[in-house]
Design a protein around this ligand. Structure first.
Ligand SMILES: *Cc1c(COP(=O)(O)O)cnc(C)c1O
Length: 395
C-alpha cells in the first residue's frame, strides 16, 4: 500500500465512526421527518444527538447547526444565501484570493447577479492584512468571508481580528473551516464568526456530509435557501436527512473533541521530523506559507529545479498533491501559490504534504528517504538546476 500523505484532500473514515453509522443503513432506516411512528422518532433522536456533538465541538447551540452535503454546499449556502437574503441592505462582499474554489465560484456567480466582490490579496506568507480589510469595507458591505485554515499551504488566518473589524462595520462574517475543525480549537464565539462551514470527510468522517453553523442571536442574519422543498433544517436546507451520515459526522466530532489535541501534537512532531530531514539533506527547499501560523499536519514545500508534477510521478509509493494543476499542456501553479507572489520555479515546484492521525514515524522516514533520492535524481537531469555553489547569484 502506498503511504498516504494527502489528508487535506480527504481522510479515512475512523472505524469508530463506521461502527456508529452501521445500524442506520439497515435496521434503523427511518426518516427523521416522520413524526407518526417509532422508526421516525428513533431516526430523529439519532440526528439530534449528532447535531449536539457538532455544536459542542465548535461551541455552538444545536439549533445553530444546518446539516448539508459537505463544505462545498455549506459555502454555497452561506454566500448565496446571505447575499440574496440581504440584498436591500447591501450589494458588496469581501473575501480573499486564496479561498477554496467552493467559495470563489459562488462569488463569481454572485457578480453575475450584480453583487460587487472584493478579493483581498495575501502577503508572501499567505495571510490577509486586516488593514486591507478595513480599507475595503464600504457602506454597502454585507458579508466578509475568509477561510480559517488554507487547504494548500495550511496557514491560519487571523479570524478574531478580521471578525472584530467586520462586526464594528456591521457586516456578517463567514469562514470556511473545512481544514481546521478537528485540528485546532474552533470556537465560534472566540473566533467571532456568524457562519462557519465544515465537512465530515476532512475529520475522519464520511464523504457527502457537512454542516453550516448559522448564528442565532443576530436578528439580521437571514439565509435564503438554495434548495427548496420540504422545509427541513428550519427552511434553510430541504431534503431528507441522511441519518447514517449525520450520525457519522456526530461521532467524528465527538472523537475530535476528545482527541484533537493529542493528535495535533503527534502530527506536529511528524511534520517537524519531515521538514528537518528534507531541509538538512537537500539544498534549495522552501516552505510556502507562514512558518508558525499554520496547522500541524501541513507542509507545502518547493523543491527548486524540480517540477512538482514530475516528482509526484516519480513517487508512486507516496500519496501527495502538487500545488499546480495540469489543466493545460503546461502545468499552471495553483491560484494559492500564485497569490503568494513567488516566482515560477518556486511555484511549479510546490508539493503539499498532509499528515494525519494514522501516519507513523517509520512512514515519515521512508518518505523523506524516497524524496531526497528522487529530488536529487530529477535535479541531476534538469537543465534548470545548477548546484547552488556554482550559481551563487540565483535568487
Ligand atoms: C475540502 C474542502 C472544501 C470542500 O469540502 P467538500 O465537503 O469536499 O465539499 C471546501 N473548503 C476547503 C478549505 C476544503 O479543504
Amino acid at each position: 500500500m502506498p503511504i498516504y500523505l494527502d489528508h487535506h484532500s480527504t481522510t479515512p473514515c475512523d472505524p469508530r465512526v463506521v461502527d456508529a453509522m452501521a445500524p442506520y443503513w439497515t435496521r434503523e432506516f427511518g426518516n427523521a421527518a416522520s413524526r407518526t411512528h417509532a422508526f421516525g422518532w428513533r431516526a430523529e433522536e439519532a440526528v439530534e444527538a449528532a447535531r449536539e456533538e457538532v455544536a459542542r465541538l465548535i461551541g455552538a447551540d444545536p439549533r445553530e447547526i444546518v446539516f448539508t452535503s459537505g463544505a462545498t454546499e455549506s459555502n454555497n449556502l452561506a454566500l448565496l444565501g446571505v447575499a440574496r437574503a440581504n440584498r436591500e441592505r447591501g450589494d458588496h462582499i469581501i473575501s480573499c484570493q486564496t479561498e477554496h474554489r467552493s467559495v470563489l465560484d459562488p462569488l463569481a456567480a454572485l457578480e453575475q447577479e450584480g453583487f460587487r466582490v472584493t478579493r483581498l490579496a495575501v502577503d508572501a506568507e499567505g495571510l490577509v492584512d486586516v488593514d486591507d480589510l478595513r480599507a475595503a469595507l464600504d457602506g454597502r458591505t454585507i458579508l466578509v468571508s475568509v477561510m480559517h485554515v488554507n487547504n494548500e499551504i495550511g496557514v491560519v488566518q487571523p479570524l478574531p481580528e478580521i471578525a472584530r473589524v467586520t462586526r464594528e462595520h456591521g457586516a456578517l462574517f463567514h469562514t470556511d473551516a473545512a481544514q481546521s475543525v478537528g485540528k485546532l480549537r474552533v470556537d465560534v464565539d472566540r473566533l467571532g464568526v456568524d457562519l462557519l462551514s465544515l465537512t465530515a470527510h476532512k475529520l475522519y468522517g464520511p464523504k457527502g456530509m457537512g454542516a453550516l453553523y448559522v448564528r442565532r442571536r443576530r436578528p439580521v442574519l437571514r439565509v435564503a435557501p438554495i434548495l427548496y422543498g420540504g422545509g427541513h433544517e428550519r427552511g434553510m436546507r430541504s431534503g431528507t436527512l441522511p441519518v447514517a451520515l449525520c450520525v457519522g459526522l456526530g461521532r467524528a466530532c465527538q472523537i475530535a473533541g476528545q482527541e484533537w489535541e493529542t493528535d495535533a501534537k503527534r502530527v506536529l512532531l511528524l511534520r517537524d521530523r519531515l521538514w528537518q530531514r528534507l531541509s538538512t539533506e537537500l539544498d534549495e527547499v522552501w516552505l510556502n506559507g507562514h512558518p508558525e501560523n499554520r496547522v500541524a499536519g501541513n507542509l507545502n514545500l518547493s523543491f527548486i529545479g524540480v517540477e512538482a508534477q514530475a516528482l509526484l510521478v516519480a513517487l508512486p509509493e507516496v500519496a501527495l498533491s502538487s500545488g499546480s494543476a495540469c489543466t493545460s499542456a503546461q502545468p499552471q501553479p495553483s491560484h494559492v501559490i500564485r497569490a503568494l507572489g513567488r516566482g515560477g520555479a518556486r511555484a511549479l515546484g510546490a508539493v503539499r504534504f498532509g499528515i494525519g492521525r494514522a501516519n507513523t514515524e517509520a512512514e515519515i522516514d521512508a518518505v523523506a528517504e524516497l524524496l531526497v533520492e528522487q529530488v536529487e535524481r530529477l535535479r541531476a537531469m534538469s537543465p534548470l538546476w545548477h548546484e547552488p555553489a556554482r550559481a551563487p547569484s540565483r535568487s
